[in-house]
Design a protein around this ligand. Sequence first.
Ligand code: G6P
Length: 611
Amino acid sequence: MCGIVGYIGLKQAYPILVKGLKRLEYRGYDSAGIALINGDTNIYKKKGKVSDLEEHVKNKNLSGTIGFGHTRWATHGEPNDTNAHPHVSEKGYFALIHNGIIENYAYLRKKLESRGYSFYSETDTEILVNLIEYIYLKGKVEPEMAVRMALSKVVGAYGLVISCKDAPDQLIAARRGSPLVIGIGDEEYFIASDATPIVEYTKSVIYLNNDNVAILKKNELTLKTIDDVPLSVTIKQLNLDIGEIEKNGYDHFMLKEIFEQPKSIHDTFRGRIAADLSEIKLGGLLDVMDRIEKAKRIIIIGCGTSWHAGLVGEYLLEEYARIPVEVEYGSEFRYRKPIIYEDDIVIAISQSGETADTLAAINLAKEQNALVLGICNVVGSSIPRETHAGVFTHAGPEIGVASTKAFTAQVTVLAMMAFLLSKKKGLINDEEYKALITELNDIPDKIEIILKNNDQFKKIAELYKDASNALYLGRGYFFPVALEGALKLKEISYIHAEGYPAAEMKHGPIALIDKNMPVFVIATKDRSYEKIVSNIQEVKARNGIVIAIVTEGDTIIKNLADHVLEVPAAEAALASLLAVVPLQLLSYHIAVMRGCNVDQPRNLAKSVTVE
Ligand code: G6P
């Protein structure tokens, strides 16, 4: 959710912090603030974007070689200048930025109020910074000890950076639940919510684990637990290039990421399918393959787009591996007292690897001794560290808040798992296996063909950009694609959209259809082609507008629909990877034409680290 960046070293901190905040802005963008330490601590904060903060600090004192900054996604208290971070303790000893939620903040607030503290903001963060100050002054302890003692009283999640005016040469960082990465430079350290603000300065990083506290001076790093147990430092090397986190000439990250899909899908299967297309190898699952093969049930968990990929996974795994699959929202699974058997396989799908509800569901499944696998994109994130085994999607950084290439990469991994299990269980022969792998190998080229029709998608977008509602229909593998198409439209263009299994239209949404209602139907040639043709006729009979995604050369639907968008033919199991692309581009163009902020849609955040 919120983005955190910090610097301590020899350089001026401000340019590093502002650049870092811009890179992190996709995590939250309702306000931004910085603290610069230069003898005194100067704090500047502003409602709005990082650019509003930049405007606000013009002509201010921005010197200092130590500092930290924050982009906020509001949880407690509306987005305004006062609630923006950093927050400062009442007597001015500490300044704090925080990502996460302090769940017992109301209790702590009352306690502090009874001791004479009063508060200027509505945030849980202000409570925490004052709790630290209270302990510091009362206990006469070192700042880092006050931080640790306060954190031991906190229920909830945090990634935080804090400074103390009595220790002006150090920053303290701590983590529980919300991610923090430390970059190691030459007489300098960087701290951030993810590696994107760090990668242009250093590739050597340390990922903080839960309940870790780091005390940073420009040439000294001490790592310990909140219980004061010293920890050794494990340095990892980032496998990330600066080019991957820039727009590279595209107007938006989302457009860049849509166009990257031939490459990102290729990167997902590269090294995992044999050169002669005879075999799939998923190194991350090797040790647990026997257990997966014997599974009586698979439970897939995800949120948002990752949940949609999970639905495609259900269809793939049931069809090919013949293992019953249930797909669950992390938030529902964790609270509804689900039945989890020891021989269940749980697959958690997450682009960011940080989604709080997915993480909590993983922990629940682990407590019940299920084998938990992860399908994640961000290396070093929490979910791959919490799961027993897994597969990285290797789609490269996804920065647009609306997920695109992560979805196709997740489906690619699920397809590989399904085909591999099918072969291992003797459900398909060598020839069928090779045919499926060959189909998968052809997908990137087929997406290139779809992307060449971008101008056609733009024209259709122009026609329907003013719609107030839209319906998306699909059957089988295309039902999740219909859900994903509707999600893309509503999240970035704020048009109300619903995805439905095409046959279910008759049980409700058909009542909404009139001459103003665009209905996007995924109607490529597969086993339910005739049925979907009937559904299109039902829409047309009620004067609805049909925009159909069809297989190249289709003539039947061309005569029925208002518009057809062609995609190359593909095996049903993999066709979702193609059908989703026109829907992504249509949503993108509609949002741009409506003047929406495509990469940072209102109220949303890329990485949802709160429940
Ligand atoms: C947020 C993002 C979505 C994403 C979902 C799940 O809502 O805006 O794009 O699909 O979280 O995130 P995850 O990182 O777990 O895939």
